[in-house]
Design a protein around this ligand. Structure first.
Ligand code: NAP
Length: 308
């Protein structure tokens, strides 16, 4: 297949594009330097090519309190990116199935995190702008499907983790931040201070599991919104304890700063639909995924854990 992937230089995109290439597909992965999707004409350079599939992963965001500090920019930038990609798809590549990433941040915390609630209610306040742009992206898919019959698939991942995260010092997803702080505590004796009381709950999906599921679902399903989660969440303290055991730092040395931003208290996708669609759903056990992720941190120590 010929595939165009936006966001193919990112954490998920690099893994997804790598696996597609291993399977023999031709994948174009323009990054923001060569193809800034804030520009209306960014994708016009690919008009002489015909794609079977477009993976749309590009989004302007980071973890931690990034969304809280950039709501206006996030709205404008992500709306531009999504509108330009959808417009290009409809005008130039209507034969392609478009597979894009939604977000668990879209869901109203008062409602079950079930697909039928994706367009209901409002996201948690701190993620309002980012969550709403993802909601609008899905509304765009529905609209183009209704008028032009275009085929889409919208996957909603919970937080992804695994080897190969960014090494550029950006705000990391909670699990990478936990690993970074605990490893620095062990390596350099730095005090480990985690945000919140540690009782907020999160779920994780191992990157390779998500890639495998996304590629399978992209081949077999269209015009659906599908949550892709582990179906089980744990308190941050549980993750911290597992990492401490592996790194060799006493868990009791960790401090919790309850004055800091923690986001939603709980965020676990309902995966009833995924379990119906994927017979024999097997996910990498958390301990095994953590071991592999810690091995990557160890390997990339110079870049991700530079001395103070
Ligand atoms: N990671 C997760 O846990 C998670 C969970 C739920 C949903 N998602 C969704 O999955 C997708 C990929 O996530 P990720 O973690 O891989 O994100 P990421 O590592 O931050 O990658 C973001 C990608 O978007 C591209 N991008 C940003 N601004 C752009 C612009 N103006 N023009 C062109 N490209 C631009 C970046 O390109 P450059 O690097 O070249 O700037 C990069 O390839 C996103 O849509 C995200 O919302 C991720």
């Amino acid at each position: 297949m010929r595939i165009l992937m936006t966001g193919g230089t990112g954490f998920l995109g690099s893994a997804l594009a790598g696996e597609l290439r291993r399977r023999g597909h031709h994948v174009l992965t323009p990054g923001s330097k060569d193809c800034d999707l804030r520009r209306e004409d960014a994708l016009e350079r690919y008009t002489d090519q015909t794609f079977d599939r477009i993976f749309h992963l590009a989004a302007w965001t980071q973890a931690g309190d990034f969304c809280l500090r950039h709501p206006g920019e996030q709205w404008v930038i992500n709306q531009k990116i999504n509108t330009h990609v959808l417009d290009y798809w409809q005008r130039r590549q209507p034969q392609a199935k478009l597979v894009c990433m939604g977000s668990s941040c879209v869901y109203d915390p008062e409602l079950d995190l079930l697909e039928e609630n994706y367009l209901q209610g409002v996201p948690v306040d701190s993620l309002f702008s980012y969550g709403m742009t993802k909601k609008m992206l899905y509304a765009g898919l529905l609209s183009l499907n209704r008028q032009y019959g275009l085929k889409y698939l919208c996957l909603v991942p919970s937080t992804l983790y695994g080897p190969g995260y960014h090494t550029d010092g950006r705000q990391m997803h909670f699990i990478f931040d936990l690993i970074r702080k605990i490893m620095r505590g062990k390596l350099y004796g730095e005090k480990v201070i985690l945000w919140g009381d540690g009782h907020q709950r999160r779920e994780l999906v191992y990157l390779d599991d998500f890639v495998e599921l996304a590629l399978g679902l992209a081949d077999t399903h269209a015009n659906e919104l599908i949550n892709v989660g582990a179906g089980q969440e744990y308190p941050i303290r549980h993750f911290a304890r597992l990492i401490c055991e592996r790194v060799g730092l006493p868990f009791e040395e960790i401090e919790f700063d309850t004055s800091r931003y923690v986001g939603a208290r709980s965020k676990c996708l309902r995966t009833d639909k995924l379990q119906r669609l994927v017979a024999d759903l097997r996910l990498t056990p958390l301990e095994q995924g953590l071991d592999r992720t810690l091995a990557w941190f160890e390997m990339e120590k110079d870049r991700v854990l530079p001395p103070p």
